[in-house]
Design a binder for this molecule. Structure first.
Ligand code: ADP
Length: 378
């Protein structure tokens, strides 16, 4: 297979002329963040915010030019409009799904009609953050709240799979997207908007664009709480979200292993730094529920997250066992709280939701930080 490198792509893009400046897109400095990974190419075109849509043909031309380079398997080019931002790229080189960012993130990200936004975060991936976010959202709805679930995990959106939802979201007016509804909650995921097979590079401004779109450009309607499934970790993208979204609170999910707890502590510190109240810590995979006997096997040690919560001075919201049916049901789009609410596996999620509900009520009563009007600088 032909190996393709940056120079090949740049050479191809240097033949695409930006009519406005009369220069090619490379010498005009429009091409930014070019990454080439094993035949997959991604870059953004930085354009004037006012001309976003008008530049679509240029974007398509760049994509087509890069695609013609021998050895290229996929190309994802997006329009960003963030000239002049001092923002450093978030995780340069990290690649995941694509997101078109046709509009600049302007103004506030606070959502009218949404009473509280709650982040579900984790210090590292694979600890069950999305499983908790989905089942917590469903449990809060069962307890009578109007709930939305925003999958902001740009590095690996799980909500479509866990909720059994696919396809592009619809729009009534061509401007605002309608959330997809299932099991009594409204959902929006970056996974509905991008092609799952397309690897992509997320740069800081693109993260903001995507997030702004999913918050402000979605008809959430009246919600008591919008749960945000955050990207795992505590990198730039996460920090940006914690800073830019007016969060009423956050919960941190961890497994009991020492290494996960160290990372969870970093998550806690990130929210402290950004003045977001941490409602508490959830311990997932707290023990292995031995099939048949129900016996608890503490494969990762016992009580680690509870001790950490005590040390950090935040609530311990509850523990969830490692249970076969939690995995099977999350992975088949039938989350336990929705499809087996009376089951033993659903119970911890409902208890956690009750505690989270108390925190939300307290926050609404003025006990917690008021959501500030956040403005994003262009
Ligand atoms: P994260 O969002 O932290 O990356 P996920 O929620 O996607 O993690 O979970 C990772 C995998 O572990 C998924 O296949 C999920 O079904 C499974 N899983 C999560 N929590 C549990 C649990 N308590 N019991 C069994 N499987 C679980």
């Amino acid at each position: 297979m032909t190996r393709v490198n940056r120079d090949d792509i740049e050479a191809a893009l240097a033949k695409v002329i930006d009519e406005e400046s009369g220069k090619d897109v490379v010498s005009a400095g429009i091409v930014q963040g070019l990454v080439v990974r094993e035949g997959h190419v991604g870059f953004s075109l930085e354009v004037d915010p006012a001309k976003g849509a008008a530049k679509e043909p240029l974007r398509a031309a760049c994509e087509a030019a890069a695609k013609k380079v021998p050895g290229v398997l996929s190309v994802t080019a997006v329009l960003t409009a963030h000239r002049g931002t001092a923002q450093a790229p978030a995780r340069p080189g990290a690649h995941t799904h694509a997101q078109e960012a046709p509009r600049p993130p302007q103004g506030t990200v606070a959502i009218p009609g949404v009473k509280a936004i709650l982040a579900v975060a984790s210090g590292k991936g694979g600890v069950g953050k999305s499983t908790v976010a989905v089942n917590l959202a469903l449990a809060l709805a069962k307890l009578g709240r109007r709930v939305g679930l925003l999958d902001a995990d740009i590095y690996g959106p799980s909500v479509p799979r866990m909720m059994g939802l696919t396809g592009k979201p619809e729009s009534k007016d061509g401007k605002k997207l309608l959330p997809k509804e299932k099991y009594g909650i409204k959902t929006m995921s970056i996974g509905y908007l991008v092609n799952e097979d397309t690897p992509m590079i997320w740069r800081g401004p693109m993260v903001q664009s995507a997030l702004t779109q999913m918050m402000s450009d979605v008809e959430w309607g009246e919600l008591d709480v919008l749960i945000v499934d955050m990207p795992p970790g505590t990198g730039d993208a996460q920090l940006t979200m914690a800073q830019r979204v007016p969060l009423a609170g956050a919960i941190v999910v961890s497994t009991p292993q020492e290494i996960a707890l160290i990372d969870a502590r970093k998550g806690f510190a990130m929210f402290e730094k950004t003045h977001v109240p941490v409602f508490g810590i959830v311990e997932n995979m707290a023990w292995f529920a031995v099939p048949g006997t129900g016996e608890r096997s503490y494969i990762f040690g016992e009580g680690g997250a509870r001790r950490m919560a005590a040390k950090l001075g935040c609530d311990f919201l509850g523990e969830i066992p490692l249970h076969m049916s939690i995995r099977e049901k999350s992975d088949s789009g039938e989350p336990v709280v929705a499809t087996a609410p009376e089951s033993e596996e659903a119970r911890p999620f409902i208890e956690i939701a009750r505690r989270v509900g108390e925190h939300l009520d307290r926050a609404a009563g003025g006990g917690a930080r008021k959501a500030p009007a956040i403005s994003i600088e262009d």
